[in-house]
Design a protein around this ligand. Sequence first.
Ligand code: 89Y
Length: 340
Amino acid sequence: MVPLKFAVLGTGFWSHFQIPAWHEVGGVELTAVYNRTVSKAERVAAKFNVPRVYADVDELFQKEKLDFVDIITEIDAHAPFVKKAAQYGLPVICQKPMAPDLATAEDMVETCRKAGVPLFIHENWRWQTPVRAVQRLLCEDRIGRPFRARIDMISGFPVFDNQPFLKTLKHFILTDLGSHILDVARVLFGEASSLYCQTRQIHTDIQGEDVATVMMRMGEGTSVVCNMAYAGNFLEHDHFPQTYMFVEGERGSVELGPDYWIRVTTKEGTLSKRVPPPRFSWADPAYDVVHASIVPCNANVLAALKGEGQAETTGEDNLKTVRLVFRAYDSAEKDEVVRF
Ligand code: 89Y
């Protein structure tokens, strides 16, 4: 099978994992990279043997024969580059969060729809090994209908060290982490019919909120509370970036705890199982479970690009997550429940 040719726009922190994850999946050939600061693109090209480097996106689109483009730039560049890809009729993958606000995200999806160009969002959290394991348990109806759930991603890890731009975001934790956690909530419990959110800012040297609590009624009525924090404080079970969960169902409960332990409790007792992610040599050990999830996320999008199935995280699907993120800001600002 001829590999699909693609280019990467944006060669920051995330590209160092996204690119080897593509190589892990296989069936693709990275022919060019672009970055505004071209020396950064040159470094990434040398590291991953990419033949061509560009400092001009139009020149890249005109000269390269591509099957798709993968956008891993800063958030504000997502919309202009997605629209440019649509102009060139090129299928496009865009990193989460899709856009800095809801209207821009809606416009991106509409532009691609009108141009007949497939748009996929690189939303990888739902592809984490432990998240898929919880999803399977719920699908197998092991604990009966879930009536309440808690999803926690709370850490003192200095996320700003590797991603300094996060400090400058006016909207921080809900866009950066909420995009993932609210997406996982949708995958496990269905769409939200109501939402209430409170936010806090604990760091004094950042622009946005670093703590968010979101409560939603989801699917057939499950109450879901998502606790998120990057407050920079000290916690006993701080295993960044592991997500913990507790799901109560009519016949039992599921707990996803530290170190990827899942406990399923029913009238038969408690069954424990460890569900660690695969370890890849190119992944940063401090981000293992997240970096490992890039591989199945890319594989799912690639299958859709090859016409072998429907991708989970299309632009249309991700718009539902983006809506939750920005309605959460509305709710926090007005201290009001939002109904969908
Ligand atoms: O940017 C975020 C992501 O997508 O995964 C973890 C992270 O690096 C910090 O929240």
